[in-house]
Every structure is written in C-alpha cells, then in structure tokens.
Design a protein around this ligand. Structure first.
Ligand code: PRP
Length: 214
C-alpha cells in the first residue's frame, strides 16, 4: 500500500484530480467529507487528508510515503524529504504587502506580521534590514490595518484579499507551486511504485503543456 498525504482544501482537489487522471482513483473521496483516510485496495493506494502545512511532517516521519505540498511550506520548514517534481498547480507567490500609501521608514525597525517566520527572516537578512517578527496563524492582512505591523509577508494568489483590505504588494519574494515529495526511505524501498507514479505525472504534465499550445 502506498500512503499519499494530500492537502485538504482547494489544492487537494486539484492534486486528487491529477492522481485520478493517472489511474490512482479513489471515488469515496467525493462521497464522505468528514473521513480522513480513503483506500483503494485495487490500486494499492491510501489517501490521507491532512492540513496543507502538515503534509511534509507526515512524509518526513514516514506516516505517508509521498505527498503534495506547497513550496512555501518546504521553504519555511526545510523538511528532510525528497522534492521530486514541480506539479505546476497551486501557483502563487510569497510577497511583502502593506497598506496603500504606506511609506517605508528605513531608520526604524520594521514590524513584520507573518506565518512564514523563516522565509521573512531570510529575506530581510538578505537585504540587511532589521525587523521585529510578529507570528500570526491566519488572517495576516488584519495586522497592518490595525497597526499591529508595518508590513506582512504572506501568500498572494489572485491579489483579491489584499485589494479588499486596502493593501498592496510591495515586493515579491518567491514564486510558489505544489511539489511532489517522498519520504527518503520509502523512495528506496517502494522505488518502483514511486518512480511509476512520477513517470505518469510527468507524462500528464507534458500532455497538459501540449494541450495549452493548441
Ligand atoms: C491565503 C493568504 C491570503 C490569501 C491570498 O489565505 O494568507 O490571505 O490566501 O489569496 P488571494 O490573493 O487569492 O486573495 P488562506 O486562504 O490560506 O487562509 P489564512 O488566512 O488562514 O492563511
């Protein structure tokens, strides 16, 4: 049995669609929305639905053999896993944003609200800017509105959350997309199965590229 950690939510739906297109279907996923484990004995796969930020933890510890996770999580937590393929879905970016009209004051310590502590620290260390980090877990956009921080470092996809809250991107830090990852020892001991899946995913990505050209 190959245990696959899928991120619950929007990205998970897209990933599941890709996996079923390459023959790893598990129909029950559409039927029961409280269940967290879905098994297809025929295909030899078991899907585990986990919080997007937990996928890499399951894979690193071997509770899942493989998984799909955003590059943001990999950059933030540097898990000890193999990053095997860029799936080209879940595209967005990590960016610095602030209130419209915000003016940077270079002589003052910058207050940065984020859930991406390491990405933010690395970015500001790279440009030699002294910061104070305020760790939040969600609705980061509220921080500059309430004066809790000067800027935020967060995911921007369509940009509509920023727009709706009178904020704007100041700098893009890094582009993000979903990555196919594997547990290191699973990659060794279940190599045939994981390689087979990789090949099929690569073929599907190529097909998608070809279809875009037509
Ligand atoms: C993410 C991110 C932004 C939003 C950006 O939040 O933190 O709030 O998506 O998307 P947009 O540019 O398309 O508006 P998420 O939905 O993951 O929830 P969170 O607030 O709990 O982080």
């Amino acid at each position: 049995m190959l245990n696959i950690a899928l991120p619950k939510g929007r990205l998970g739906d897209k990933v599941y669609e890709m996996f079923s297109q390459i023959g790893y279907d598990c129909r029950a996923i559409y039927e029961d929305n409280r269940k967290l484990v879905f098994e297809n004995a025929e295909n030899g796969v078991r899907y585990l639905l986990v919080k997007p930020s937990d996928v890499a933890i399951y894979v690193e510890h071997g509770a899942a053999d493989i998984g799909v996770v955003g590059k943001d999580i990999l950059l933030e937590s540097s898990p000890d896993v193999y990053e095997l393929l860029n799936l080209g879905i879940g595209k967005c970016r990590v960016a610095v944003a602030a209130k419209n009209g915000y003016v940077e004051q270079p002589d003052r310590v910058l207050r940065v609200a984020t859930k991406y502590m390491n990405i933010a620290k690395n970015y500001y260390a790279g440009i030699n800017r002294e910061i104070e980090i305020i760790k939040l877990n969600g609705s980061i956009e509220l921080a500059p509105i309430l004066g809790l921080s000067d800027v935020i470092v967060d995911i921007v996809e369509t940009g509509s959350t920023l727009k709706e809250n009178d904020l704007k991107v100041i700098t893009d830090i890094v582009p993000i997309s979903a990555r196919f990852i594997a547990n290191k020892s699973s990659f060794k001991f279940k190599n045939d199965r994981i390689e087979e899946m990789l090949q099929k995913l690569n073929a599907l990505l190529q097909q998608r590229e070809e279809a875009k050209k037509v």
